[in-house]
Design a protein around this ligand. Structure first.
Ligand code: GUN
Ligand code: ZN
Length: 434
């Protein structure tokens, strides 16, 4: 097989550990004049450009970006494909927002052609924003997941998705049954899980829209196949939490519902967790589960402020989620801008290196994929970004005043968005060029 070795020269930065655990200085590697070498879809070397170039054949193709920063691809641990067309739906909090806007919008995915059209827009939007891996909710229709995976496979993306399971408390036109959701999920697992870089996630929407029978079958699927993911929502909104108590009076609380049906575990990702208590954080951590922190969504729906310091205290895995369409942006840079404000409102800080960690290695750890994505370590997938220091006039001017990489990184997160992403690479292939 012919080698596809290529080298990229630029400033290069990646997270190598959680700053909350090892301290900021030991949490990252930065090469002011770095070189990233890729070969056959993987990263084969990383280091200082002058040193590494000396060890490479003189004729190797080197792409030089003089005013740019290479980082790992971003990881979005919570997003909804069928909500692409309803970002910015006015006026409601969670439960009314679902009934008024979300369910009618998702019903359109009964039509495979519609699902294909939106999947194309959705994937393009992910890549434009530098997101190379996402944990994705489809609609209740299996064809929404087929449409997504078919297109992700063509681009050789590392993606995780699942069909929503929802058999009560939603309109008839959008519900399945416990049995049909089990059979349809199983067929999708057989078709897609482990194919190339694709993975399947069992996806009960949230406790209020599943009967005990459906939650039992979701747990059964997880026990039947190795390495399946589980994604759902938890403790996002106070009314939602009261409703769960009414629907499951025999359980200790919201998390205990999922725990009872054996939905916690190392590949389980719970979106939001804004109102989790100390004991629930401890139980999530103990089971190796993860939480997706979704700041733009939590602001937009007026849900509340995620308590990241409490999660850190329990050593709970946390990734970042856009939660489009309750979230208002596909950009994880923009999402980090809002995450910073969530911490400010609680009298806490979010360092730029913790932010970088959340958007990359932290997300990879939440998904148990840190051996493959989230860093630029040699041997991992060549999923990376070229961020442009001159993306906008203000960014360009502001970065001229920055004195070090910490300041540069923080400004990129404060002023950055899709325009900042000059190029996105997945498995070594250019999949987006601004
Ligand atoms: N809880 C149940 N379904 C949803 C959803 O689609 N979005 C959000 N933000 N929360 C939910
Ligand atoms: Zn969501």
């Amino acid at each position: 097989m012919p080698s596809t070795r290529k080298a990229y020269r630029a400033a290069i930065l990646h997270s190598i550990a959680d700053p909350a655990v090892v301290g900021i200085e030991a949490s990252y590697q930065y090469f002011e004049d770095g070189l990233l070498v890729t070969e056959n879809g993987r990263i084969s070397a990383l280091g200082h450009a002058t040193e590494l170039l000396a060890s490479l054949p003189a004729d190797i193709e080197v792409v030089h970006h003089k005013d740019a920063l290479i980082t790992p691809g971003f990881i979005d641990t919570h997003i909804h494909l069928p909500q692409t067309g309803m970002v910015g739906a006015y006026g409601e909090q969670l439960l009314d927002w679902l009934n008024t806007y979300t369910f009618p919008c998702e019903s359109q995915f009964a039509d495979k052609a519609h699902a294909e059209e939106v999947a194309g827009i959705f994937i393009k939007e992910l890549l434009r924003n530098g997101t190379t891996t996402a944990l994705v909710f489809g609609s209740v229709h299996p064809q929404s997941v087929d449409a997504f995976f078919e297109q992700a496979q063509k681009l050789d993306l590392r993606m995780i998705a699942g069909k929503v399971m929802m058999d009560r408390n939603a309109p008839d036109y959008l519900t399945d049954t416990a049995e049909s959701s089990y059979e349809q999920s199983k067929a999708l697992i057989e078709r897609w899980h482990g194919k190339g870089r694709l993975h399947y996630a069992v996806t009960p929407r949230f406790a209020p829209t599943s009967t005990p029978e459906q939650l039992t079958l979701a747990g059964q699927l997880l026990s039947e196949y190795p390495d399946l993911y589980m994604q759902t929502h938890i403790s996002e909104n106070l009314q939602e939490i009261e409703w769960v108590k009414e629907l499951f009076p025999e359980r200790k609380g919201y998390l205990d519902v999922y725990d009872h049906y054996q939905l916690l575990g190392e590949r389980s990702v719970f979106a939001h967790g804004v109102h989790l208590c100390d004991d629930e954080c401890a139980r999530l951590a103990e089971t190796g589960s993860a939480v997706a922190f979704c700041p733009t969504s939590n602001f937009f729906l007026g849900s509340g402020l995620f308590n990241l310091p409490m999660a850190e205290k329990h050593n709970l895995n946390v990734g970042l989620g856009t939660d489009v369409g309750a979230g208002t942006s596909f950009s994880l840079l923009h999402t980090l801008n809002e995450a910073y404000k969530v911490m400010q409102l609680q009298g806490a800080r979010l360092s730029p290196f913790k932010s970088l960690y959340l958007a990359t290695l932290g997300g990879a750890r939440a998904l148990r994929l840190e051996d493959r994505i989230g860093t630029l370590q040699p041997g991992t997938d060549a999923d990376f970004l070229v961020l442009d220091y001159h993306a906008t006039p203000l960014l360009s001017y502001r970065l001229q005043q920055a004195n070090n990489i910490a300041e540069t990184l923080f400004v990129l997160m404060t002023l950055g968005d899709d325009r900042t992403v000059l190029q996105t690479y997945a498995a070594g292939n250019l999949v987006h060029q601004r």
